[in-house]
Design a protein around this ligand. Structure first.
Ligand code: 0RA
Length: 628
């Protein structure tokens, strides 16, 4: 560059050269992730200025020419000459790696992860970079290329003393990045997160190409975060919130239980999402289990279980955000998103223990609501364990251990045997009459079985109808599943050909899919296809679909058509002939074509998300044969 450059500034250039040589070392990758890191770095500086209390608003703009502008109304980066180097402080901050110390001393630096390398790296990895500062009655500016200043810091014009702020415009270098297009979704998610983690901070995101703008602000901070995470679920109480500081550690926590069974605990360290968890989350979990156990002891609520609560009980239906700030985070794990600092566990544990106990004492109504739910979870867990023990003992006694409602077959050669699972006692009765006792068993179910998608596994397994089903199938569930113990060659679900029947069929398939997917994978699960109509001409004909009925009607006149309202309406001969006789019946084998898609469809059809369930069912109404 120019003769002004001293030995000191040559070292600076070498530093920037290192960033350009091994960019991935500083920003993780040169793909989409790395590209977005440039924005995080630029925005983090403004967030720090906001946290220091000098900045109220940050705006991020994706410009039409591919550059990004990050602007804040903070104090503005200092521009005066640095006494040691005889250049503007602005230039040092923008061109010297870890300029730190004098100018931007941060206690809660986001180091160790991919962040913390500062705005200097953004500069080094930009083909063009412009810094504009408003402070000390002037608008100051410096432009850089690949991290090198094009000229000294200049005062462009005089402005009122009251105006202040920093604006950075950068053009990612396409010699470095394989991707140069920014993704709205990625930016939106992170900015929403940042504003939840910093109550009252305003971030606005604008896309000048798509003419799109969104403002993020959460006056309620972390509490609002918990509420947002619980959207669409039924919350049990307003969020519990506390913030404590001990030495240099700041702990901020929001908790809100909902009526589901899922556990949703999110950890943040210095605003980094610790996806892999770590010592802060472990400390939190330990503390809440202890506080709830102490509470049930103190209040005498323990009588309801007579056993201590375990972690799983305490976390059923919890939504929590654990955000901590510590001076020297150690990030570990596959993606460097697991907090490793061992001293943090005990510290968070003791802070949360004190704060949550205090909250419970001061808010007994909320405490009772939460603890009741937690006790229900414990009771279900204990009941399920007892039910499992019972099932295990019963299976040991073979036939005598089968539920009384099962009409078993006489053959013990399980390859050639079948069990019909039938809805309702009356259809069960017809099926028992119609069957071939030699190889066909019948298990009638009492109406609709439990929706396992909406119940915790422990609760599902303690349900009587479901535990009967497990006993009759014989294989067990979960880790103890053993296909060799299967008691029949085919498991056939037989329900009425109406809306209720379809629903029961789906409930049963959901159960098999969630608890015994190996049965489906091995082709053991079938659904029976009962006829919809009987047509009398010279002989009897059975029609299995509306389409076939239309064809039949088109080809002949004067038909005597009877609609079967349900399985119970057929005579046992008709039921045998149409639905149970292997020579004449129709049955369909159930496949899992795509496990991920099946999982999504079952969650949607049977889970909590009523809106998407409605959409899915109406889109597929004809196929699924569901009226709505
Ligand atoms: C160092 C010192 C001061 C402010 C800043 C850095 C600062 C940096 C950035 C980066 C983006 N926006 C920023 N805003 C401020 C304090 C200077 C003073 O004492 O006035």
């Amino acid at each position: 560059m120019t003769e002004k450059y001293t030995a000191e500034s040559i070292k600076v250039l070498e530093g920037l050269e290192a960033v350009r040589k091994r960019p991935a070392m500083y920003i993780g990758s040169t793909g989409k992730e790395g590209l977005h890191h440039l924005v995080w770095e630029a925005v983090d500086n403004s967030v720090d200025e906001a946290l220091a209390g000098y900045c109220t608003k940050i705006s991020v703009t994706l410009n039409e020419d591919g550059s990004v502008t990050v602007e804040d109304d903070g104090r503005g980066i200092p521009v005066e000459k640095h006494p040691e180097f005889n250049v503007s402080a602005l230039q040092i901050i923008m061109t010297k790696l870890h300029a730190g110390g004098k100018f931007d001393k941060k206690i809660y630096a986001i180091s160790g992860g991919l962040h913390g390398v500062g705005i200097t790296c953004v500069n080094a990895l930009s083909k063009r970079f412009i810094a504009e500062v408003k402070r000390d009655g002037g608008l100051w500016m410096q432009e850089y290329s690949k991290g090198n200043p094009k000229s000294p810091v200049k005062k462009i014009k005089d402005i009122p003393e009251s105006e202040h702020g920093t604006k950075i415009i950068f053009y990612p270098d396409d010699e470095i990045f394989s991707a140069t297009k920014f993704d709205w979704q990625i930016l939106e998610t992170r900015f929403r997160e940042i504003t939840f983690l910093n109550a009252g901070l305003k971030i606005s995101l604008t896309d000048d190409i798509k003419n799109k703008r969104e403002d993020f602000i959460a006056e309620g901070g972390l509490s609002e975060f918990a509420k947002w995470l619980n959207e669409g679920k039924e919350a049990l109480h307003k969020p519990i919130y506390f913030k404590r500081q001990q030495e240099n550690t700041i702990v901020e926590i929001a908790i809100q239980y909902n009526n589901s069974y899922q556990e949703n605990i999110f950890g943040f360290v210095n605003t980094i999402n610790t996806v892999e968890g770590g010592t802060h989350v472990v400390g939190f979990k330990t503390a809440i289990t202890r506080v709830m156990n102490d509470y049930i002891q103190k209040t005498g609520m323990i009588k309801k279980t007579e056993e201590s609560l375990v972690g799983d009980d305490v976390r059923e239906g919890i939504t929590a955000v654990v955000s901590i700030k510590i001076p020297e985070p150690q990030f570990e794990g596959q993606t460097k998103t697991k907090l490793g600092n061992s001293e943090v566990k005990g510290m968070i544990d003791s802070i949360v223990t004190v704060a949550l106990s205090e909250f419970f004492e001061e808010n007994p109504t909320i405490a009772k609501k939460i603890v009741s739910k937690v006790l229900d979870a414990a009771k279900a867990r204990i009941a399920a364990r007892k039910a499992k023990e019972l099932v295990r003992r019963k299976t040991a006694f073979s036939i005598s251990g089968m539920p009384g409602k099962l009409a078993d077959c006489s053959s013990k050669k399980n390859e050639s045997t079948e069990v019909y699972i039938v809805e309702g006692e009356s259809a069960g009765g017809s099926a028992k009459q119609a069957r071939n006792k030699e190889f066909q068993a019948v298990l009638p179910l009492r109406g609709k079985i439990l929706n396992v998608e909406k119940s915790s596994p422990v609760r599902s397994l303690s349900n009587e109808e479901i535990s009967n089903l497990i006993t009759v199938v014989g294989t067990g569930v979960g880790e103890i599943f053993n296909l060799e113990k299967i008691r029949y060659g085919k498991i056939i679900i037989m329900t009425d050909a109406d809306v209720d029947g379809e629903h029961i069929k789906t409930l049963l398939l959901t159960f098999f899919f969630r608890f015994m997917p190996q049965l489906i994978e091995n082709g053991k699960v079938f659904v029976a296809v009962p006829p919809l109509y009987r047509i009398r001409k010279k002989d009897d004909y059975y029609v299995y679909s509306e389409q076939d009925l239309k064809k039949f009607i088109a080809s002949s006149e004067n038909l005597n058509v009877t609609r079967f309202k349900g399985l119970g309406e057929m005579s046992s001969e008709q039921l045998w002939e149409t639905t149970m006789n292997p020579k004449t019946r129709k049955i369909k084998k159930i496949f899992i074509e795509d496990a991920v898609e099946a999982d999504r469809v079952f969650s949607m059809l049977m889970g909590e998300d009523v809106l998407s369930r409605k959409n899915f069912i109406s889109e597929n109404a004809k196929e699924a044969n569901l009226d709505i």
